[in-house]
Design a protein around this ligand. Structure first.
Ligand code: SAH
Length: 395
């Protein structure tokens, strides 16, 4: 097998079972592997440490499939991993009330570069690394066999693919059906998911339990759902007895589906208003109109996908949180999220603290949020812990 040899003293991360091998840690590669091919990873002393996928275009030059050199990376390898991932989800309490879950969460399920979400009987797969791309057919076969799903839609259009030197690819990889409105249910609420043109794979499954939490907090409150997408938090708040919900997003397509989602549930449509607007400007407009709210949800897009964008992202997070805190009534709640990999939980908390201080508002953290359990975080892969949120009480 072709071999990747690490520099002397650069094997600590692999020995701690972190699955990423950066270009700077590599002494040499023997045998000229092709993109995605499996290579043996050796220390400078010649000890075999792992089997990894070679990714020549990326700074993450190899991603580990297994730390057990006795393993063979083949179709059965993927079958075993995918069956284990599916079994983990089947055992979660959420499987009792939803037909939509993340089935494979990349590195955290031992499958670097592979993300698979299930929406009822349709799977949506993202092949985001050279290794996942190399094994695409075997992975698709294993997914179909493990789930019985005949339709697999590919959304390999995430930006990270370009870092791997891979062109985007979208469309049905297996089966074919109408997939612009996959019907799903979550905690008794109905949603339609556009897996073909929606954002990411179509729905933000990671927020499932946090939407349920908002539902429990919404009773009797005026709610602002900023960055509402297809109305996940808005509908949860309405179902929880919110007096009124103002739902804001810049995407007309997302708002169209949000209205369809509203109609798919027995909820009082007179208690919700949708606005197509930029949240940064809209919050100022609300302030100028003297509006205030008892519960605000801020769930913006990833302002900082990587560490490089952190400075601008920090400014953006501070701005929306500052405005939200000003729009909160005393006794009001702010659920503020960040899904930026480049912004740690500590940094996020300090940004929000700075926003409160500049706003001249006293607030306390009364809860913290993370991603739902179908988005596990492997302990050897802390990067998987991307979603963080704070529930603040304005005192
Ligand atoms: N809370 C949602 C997910 C939000 S995703 C849920 O639970 O389903 C982030 C959303 O922010 C996207 O719908 C995107 O269209 C929207 N968005 C991005 N930039 C925006 C801006 N400046 N103003 C308003 N919406 C924006």
């Amino acid at each position: 097998m072709k071999t990747l040899v690490l520099k002397a003293g650069r094997d600590k991360s692999v020995k701690r079972r972190h699955p990423w091998i950066f270009s700077g840690a590599i002494e040499r590669v023997d045998g000229n592997p092709e993109s995605g091919e499996t290579v043996l990873v050796k220390s400078a002393q010649g000890k075999i440490l792992a089997l990894a996928a070679w990714s020549p275009a990326s700074q993450i030059r190899a991603r580990v499939w297994s730390f057990d050199p006795g393993v063979t990376v083949n179709g059965e390898f993927f079958g075993t991993k995918i069956r284990a991932a599916a079994a983990l989800r089947a055992a979660l309490p959420a499987s009792g009330h939803t037909n939509a879950m993340r089935l494979v969460h990349a590195e955290s399920d031992g499958l670097p570069g592979l993300v698979v979400d299930r929406y009822d009987d349709v799977l949506v797969a993202q092949f985001l690394s050279a290794g996942a791309e190399h094994w695409r057919e075997a992975i698709l076969d294993a997914l179909a066999a493990a789930t019985g799903c005949e339709a697999i839609y590919e959304r390999s259009d995430a930006e990270v693919r370009s870092l791997e030197g891979l062109a985007p690819r979208i469309g049905f990889a297996r089966g074919n059906r109408q997939a612009k409105r996959c019907p799903i249910a979550e905690h008794g609420l109905n949603f339609r998911v556009d897996v073909e043109a929606g954002q990411k794979t179509g729905f933000f499954l990671d927020q499932r339990e946090n939407r349920q939490r908002i539902r429990a907090l919404a009773e009797g409150r005026e709610v602002l759902d900023a960055f509402c997408y297809t109305g996940g938090f808005s509908l949860a708040a309405l179902a929880g007895g919110a007096l009124h919900v103002s739902a804001v997003d810049s995407s007309a397509e997302a708002l169209d589906i949000a209205r369809e989602n509203l109609a798919a549930n027995p909820l009082d449509a007179s208690r919700i208003a949708f606005a197509k607007a930029d949240v940064f400007a809209h919050q100022r407009l609300l302030r100028d109109r003297g509006k205030s709210f008892g519960l605000i949800v801020l769930d913006p897009p990833k302002f900082a996908p990587t560490a490089a964008q952190v400075k601008n992202a920090a400014r953006a997070y501070k701005d929306i949180n500052l405005m939200a805190l000003k729009l909160l009534k005393p006794g009001g709640l702010l659920a503020s999220f960040s899904c930026s990999g480049g912004v740690s939980a500590e940094l996020f908390q300090s940004i929000v603290a700075g926003a409160a201080s500049d706003a001249g508002v006293d607030a306390k953290i009364i809860e913290r949020f993370g991603a739902a359990a179908d988005h596990p975080v492997a302990l050897n892969f802390p990067e998987g812990d991307y979603l963080k949120g704070l529930l603040l009480l304005r005192t």
